[in-house]
Design a protein around this ligand. Sequence first.
Ligand SMILES: [Zn+2]
Length: 133
Amino acid sequence: MLSFDESFKEEKGQCCVQCGKPLSRWGRVDRRFCSQECKNHWHNTHRMRAREKEVKRILRILDKNRDVLANLLKMDKRSANHATLKDLGFNENYFTSYEKVRHRCVYSCLDIRYEVTPKRIKNVRILNEGTDE
Ligand SMILES: [Zn+2]
């Protein structure tokens, strides 16, 4: 049996967003949680979901980048200009490693390596192909 306060809040649809328990009518008008535990639980869960969503978004971009590079290799191409890559869906802002080797900018997207010059991406190769690394 709900108390008068609980019934009052329930009628107005004011329940804890975490556990669904009706909120006491006392306290701040904009209260959303019945307790500090529910508040912490809800915020931790939502922070985790936001992080997972962001990680998935980044992995999708990296996966797409790897696809684009792998397709170049399948077509026996080891380079392409920036505009072409962009058209193919390649996002140059995302990569899994970067190093400067002498004067070259060497990037990798998972297991595929490539060099970036002002005009193009070149020397695309699969990491374990046993070239110069
Ligand atoms: Zn609660």
